[in-house]
Design a binder for this molecule. Structure first.
Ligand SMILES: N[C@@H](CCC(=O)N[C@@H](CS)C(=O)NCC(=O)O)C(=O)O
Length: 231
């Protein structure tokens, strides 16, 4: 049996859950609270989730998990074998994980209005006292983390320009196609989708997505192909 250990509201959960759903692999979901950090460290020494547990082995980092799953469950492949497509899938996955992730974090948790709406979802299962504290601390901590990465230092105007550029890039890559890389769903689609799905919880990014019908149709297509519930 596969167990997916997760923190609430992480885009990386969606990436792995949808991958397993597409392959028809049943899995259990465990959600950890921020208060459970000492237990999480025993599963994932870096403290980061998601982590995937399979037959006594634990895989951390969604990229390593994706390639592990692809190898362990090769049916309904999500990583192409053609070197060009394989390279493109990796580049797009890395763009999603290492760049778009920081945009969605800034947009959802540090911008006025969005932060007040999204932070409570992150901490709803914590104790009342910790909730009180985290509600104040999380936007501050994420502002600090995203500022040191760089994207958190951008002005609202620059974030708007960048976000449109990212959404437009996906619209341009899709053109008349159904999927980003191959003529079928790949890990690249799931990785970028996971971040854009979070954009939907950030006011202006959500509105901007709606201006690109080919992108929202692509998101709906991904949902239709990957939405079976976990066991
Ligand atoms: N590169 C990692 C990123 C995972 C990650 O940053 N997870 C966040 C939640 S979205 C986390 O566990 N944060 C807790 C921490 O940094 O201690 C992946 O692809 O899995």
């Amino acid at each position: 049996m596969l167990t997916l250990h997760q923190y609430a509201q992480s885009p990386f959960n969606q990436k792995i859950q949808r991958m397993l759903n597409y392959k028809g692999v049943p899995f259990e979901e465990v959600y950890w609270r921020i208060a459970d950090r000492s237990k999480v460290l025993k599963i994932s020494p870096s403290g980061k989730l998601p982590a995937l547990e399979h037959d006594g082995k634990v895989v951390v980092d969604s990229t390593d998990m994706a390639y592990y799953i692809e190898q362990a469950f090769p049916e309904h492949p999500l990583v192409p074998t053609s070197p060009r497509q394989r390279g493109l899938v990796h580049a797009l996955e890395d763009w999603a994980d290492e760049s778009l992730y920081f945009y969605e974090m800034v947009l959802r948790f540090t911008t006025p209005g969005n932060s007040e709406k999204n932070t409570p979802k992150l901490i709803e299962n914590e104790s009342p006292a910790l909730r009180w504290l985290l509600k104040r601390m999380i936007p501050r901590l994420l502002r600090k983390a995203t500022a040191s990465q760089g994207i958190g230092r951008k002005s609202r105007e620059q974030l708007t320009v960048d976000t449109r550029r990212h959404i437009e890039a996906v619209a341009n890559m899709l053109g008349q196609e159904d999927w980003l890389v191959a003529n079928r769903l790949t890990l690249a689609d799931l990785s970028v989708y996971a971040m854009f799905q979070c954009f939907r919880d950030a006011d202006f990014a959500a509105a901007m997505l709606e201006e690109y019908p080919s992108v929202t149709a692509w998101m709906t297509r991904i949902e239709a192909n990957t939405s079976t519930r976990a066991s």
